[in-house]
Ligand binder design. Structure first.
Ligand SMILES: Cc1cc2nc3c(=O)[nH]c(=O)nc-3n(C[C@H](O)[C@H](O)[C@H](O)COP(=O)(O)O)c2cc1C
Length: 367
């Protein structure tokens, strides 16, 4: 059997599990088409809403955290960008066009609305008519939108998550993924609420609330807009350990629920770790912004190399493989004790008997 990166999630057939995450990489039909041509298995478009006139961005709106050793290397990225400011009707035309030209590529519409059932129903009904394959509900944008009770303001409250996902489920005829915020202590209750509300899958993580730094020439926090700023969303490789932990916790708590994992994926080796901790697909935003859309070819090659090294034929064999190796701290201590005792037992005489005979006898005794 040839080595395969194909996977099917909620009935959606992915040529490979690499998707572009909602954000600048999927801002219009032209760049989404380019991504499909370059081999991305799917794209989640930039989040759309019914009334784009309410969305007004600032410039600048990004800030980078650079490596101390080499300031060309970006280790973390903050943004205060809002959702798409392009008209809803333009998006509907583009979704139709894309599904006509690329019927076999997976196109997921990221949607966000105000806290009203009629608004969510309307956006779901109008978008799904275009033929998109699925929805991702943005319940997690951490800046700007929470001021309008949207995004993270919904996603951090399990009761609201359950309710909003329920509204969407009643109107949707295609799969829905709930995109979760990492800005909570325990990621399980909101994810669990999303599944109870009817979500078919979970996407995680959105960005982490952050302040990227203070400009020491002007003493103003960044990104500086007319002298001031707001805390923004942190992404890029610095967030990967946090993202891996969120994916792991949700995968362990909700076995069988498909997870689309993201946060700091820049290589196929990064992606492999998300699969090992339970993700079935992965998404990339900052990595594509910093390295270009072409990066997907290298990512696929690197992932295939990991599979070959472990004699795996199918990407699905990787999913969750490392999950059984999480435990409690108390059990780690127990295991360590047991391993030490076994080691003492295995030691050869010359290593065991060094002169402190009383202690040495104790170390070989069970009581
Ligand atoms: C500039 C920028 C804009 C983003 N816009 C959106 C958005 O409109 N909707 C959304 O769900 N997530 C958005 N995100 C979050 C990403 O989809 C992703 O969840 C997060 O950045 C972590 O992945 P990464 O480290 O690969 O970027 C945005 C991220 C960035 C960096």
């Amino acid at each position: 059997m040839a080595l395969s990166l194909k996977t099917t999630v909620n009935g959606m057939e992915f040529d490979n599990p690499f998707m572009l995450a909602s954000g600048p990489p999927g801002t219009n039909a032209k760049v989404i088409a380019k991504s499909f041509e370059l081999g991305w298995g799917g794209v989640v478009c930039k989040t759309v809403s019914l009334d784009a006139s309410k969305v007004i961005n600032t410039a600048p709106r990004y800030g980078k955290l650079r490596a101390r050793e080499d300031d060309k290397v970006v280790v973390g990225f903050e943004n205060i960008e809002l959702i798409s400011d392009r008209p809803f009707d333009t998006w509907l035309d583009e979704f139709r066009q894309l599904k006509k030209s690329y019927p076999k590529r997976i196109l997921i519409a990221s949607i966000m609305e105000e806290y009203r059932e009629d608004a969510w129903r309307e956006i779901v009904e109008r978008v799904q008519e275009t033929g998109v394959d699925g929805f991702e509900l943005n319940l997690s944008c951490p800046h700007g939108l929470p001021e309008r009770k949207m995004g993270m303001a919904m996603g951090e409250d399990p009761a609201i998550v359950r309710e909003v996902v329920g509204w969407v489920k009643r109107a949707a005829t295609i799969p829905i993924w709930a995109k979760m915020t990492p800005n909570v202590g325990n990621p399980v209750p909101p994810a669990q609420a999303a599944v109870e509300g009817g979500a078919d899958g979970i996407s995680t993580i959105n960005t982490i609330l952050s302040v990227i730094g203070v400009d020491l020439r002007t003493l103003r926090p960044m990104p500086t807009v007319e002298g001031s700023t707001v805390p923004g969303g942190y992404s890029g490789q610095a967030v990967r350990p946090i993202a891996l932990r969120h994916v792991m916790e949700i995968a362990r708590a909700l076995p069988g629920v498909p997870i689309s994992g993201m946060g700091g994926i820049e290589t196929g080796l990064d992606a492999a770790q998300f699969f090992l901790l339970g993700a079935q697909t992965v998404q990339v935003c900052t990595g594509a912004m910093l390295q270009g859309y072409e990066v997907v070819s290298r990512m696929k090659e690197e992932l295939i190399k990991v599979m070959m090294d472990h004699h795996l034929q199918d990407i699905r064999e990787l999913v969750g493989k490392s999950l059984p190796h999480f435990s409690t701290h108390a059990e780690l201590v127990q295991r360590q004790k047991a391993a030490k005792a076994a080691k003492v037992g295995q030691a050869r005489d010359a290593e065991t008997w060094k002169g402190e005979i009383k202690k040495e006898v104790d170390s070989l005794s069970t009581n």
